[in-house]
Design a protein around this ligand. Structure first.
Ligand code: ADP
Ligand code: MG
Length: 472
């Protein structure tokens, strides 16, 4: 038997069901080793890979193998270190065989999707792993929706059915919808959760109808326990698709299966959705997610910085929360811009710098809370900076420039060296001269500050305050 080709056909079946990065990572250097008495033995190069594949993908591999050869009833996993050397003739070069144009992009896009496999072997949902209840910040604007999501997750089908969550763009509807899915699967991995969007649903239904496979399409929904349906408003004016959803809804609802919809408007305003379907949407609970207020925006920013493990000047967070009001997605992108500055430039942007960026984005709107205009940078030399920092910390300049290793002096000294280099653009030699030190000391100081600016909140506040006094 040609095991290599056999394995390749199995991989071809697996590939579309697994995220690309997962597929390439875990199936590189695997092989079909033997097939005896209905049992296929799959080889992996290390224990770790074997355990991972057998835990995550055993069922999929079994399904794919059985489709190739119906005699196969079982799959076993074995370690064969030789598979790992990259030239073993039994293995397949996945990156070459499964190469796709624009591979790099696909990697990223797909890497975020997670295919959840239930014990019964049904691919359960594609839920964004970041959109969990733990990551969802409750606030005045989503209190009811959040409580309803919790309730539905605990007892799907029993409380509010259907649950409809509506609200404007970027306010957390998809997040909450996915979170319900995660939560239900965490409570009971045997539940089959189907997450779809009106767009995907429409596309798949139209494709199936063209191939006269509308029944197959419907069957897909017959055995699910939970239907999560995102952006139902996209079904407006699509009558056939609406009818299809209407039928699926009735079947699931009769069986007590949970259904959750999101929409950008309340059902009563979905005028281009047929009466009977629109009517069904109001059978359970309809709740709104509103625009977050300042308090919530600040809470969300704090939670997102923790999630990203970055520390930002609290003043800066308040400034962002004050000015970015439209959607949480915008809050996130402002935060992403700010943290990118930290990663790339190793410095914490000041309120003024973030303000400049916001002014560009907001165009006609006024940016609030900017510090009063100060004159152009008034500090030009390390000596002037020493003066300023000494005043700021209320420490004598002699000690700052001296040799004391006491923490307060050392930190003030390092901040001056760092800002001289980063802001004034002085060379190492020049800075070293002002302090009577050698240039490796200066280099060390700069590195130290830029590293600590990523984790030390007090330092961030000091450096930003000094930058502000410099006119930045
Ligand atoms: P919508 O579907 O309403 O357009 P999303 O659910 O896609 O909005 O949310 C946009 C972004 O904002 C997502 O990255 C999401 O994680 C985040 N987000 C929205 N609401 C919250 C919240 N209450 N807590 C934490 N993150 C949130
Ligand atoms: Mg959405």
């Amino acid at each position: 038997m040609d095991y290599k080709n056999f394995w390749l056909s199995i991989l071809r079946r697996l590939e579309p069901t697994i995220s690309r990065s997962q597929f390439l990572t875990w199936f590189q250097n695997t092989a079909a080793l033997t097939l005896e008495n209905e049992t296929l033995v799959v080889g992996a190069p290390t224990n770790f890979t074997r355990d991972w594949i057998s835990q995550k993908y055993a069922l999929k591999i079994l399904q794919a193998a059985a489709e190739e050869n119906s005699k196969i009833k079982e799959v076993e996993f074995d370690v064969d270190a030789a598979l790992g050397d990259g030239i073993d003739p039994r293995t397949i070069d996945l990156k070459a065989v499964f190469a796709k144009p624009g591979d790099k992009k696909i990697y990223k896009a797909r890497g975020r999707e997670e295919v959840v496999l239930t014990r019964s072997g049904i691919i359960s949902a594609k839920l964004n792993p970041r959109y969990t209840l733990a990551n969802f910040v409750p606030g005045d604007e989503n209190r009811l929706a959040h409580a309803a999501a919790l309730s539905v997750s605990r007892t799907p089908g029993l409380t509010y059915n259907p649950l409809v969550i509506y609200g404007g763009v970027g306010l957390g509807k998809t997040h909450l919808l996915s979170a319900i899915g995660h939560e239900i699967l965490t409570n009971d991995p045997n539940k089959v959760v189907s997450f779809t969007t009106a767009e995907i649903f429409t596309r798949e239904f139209v494709a199936a109808s063209k191939k006269f496979q509308a029944d197959e399409f419907k069957k897909k929904f017959r055995d699910i326990d939970v239907l999560l349906f995102d952006d139902v408003q996209f079904l407006e004016n699509r009558e056939k698709t609406q009818t299809e959803l209407f039928n699926i809804f009735n079947e699931l609802h009769q069986k007590g299966k949970q259904i959750v919809f999101t929409s950008d408007r309340p059902p009563s305003e979905l005028t281009q959705i047929m009466d009977r379907l629109r009517n069904r949407l109001t059978w359970g609970l309809v709740c709104e997610i509103e625009q977050p207020n300042f308090r919530s925006r600040l809470d969300i920013l704090k939670s997102k910085t923790q999630e990203r493990r970055v520390i930002l000047d609290p003043e800066l967070l308040e400034f962002i929360a004050m000015n970015v009001t439209n959607s949480i997605r915008e809050l996130e992108s402002t935060l992403a811009w700010t943290t990118a500055q930290i990663d790339l430039l190793h410095t914490q942007p000041t309120v003024r710098e973030v303000g400049k960026m916001l002014e560009k984005i907001k165009k006609n709107e006024r940016v609030l809370g900017l510090p009063e205009n100060t004159p152009e940078i008034s500090i030009h030399t390390p000596a002037e900076l020493i003066e300023l920092v000494s005043k700021y910390f209320n420490l004598p300049t002699e000690e700052i420039c001296g040799i004391s290793r006491k923490k307060e002096f050392r930190v003030a000294r390092q901040i001056i060296m760092y800002l001289s280099r980063e802001i004034l653009g002085c060379g190492l030699a020049e800075i070293a001269k002002s302090f009577g030190k050698d240039h490796s000391t200066v280099l060390h100081a700069c590195k130290k500050i830029s590293t600590n600016l990523q984790k030390d909140e007090a330092l961030i506040r000091h450096v930003n305050a000094v930058k502000k006094e410099m006119g930045l």
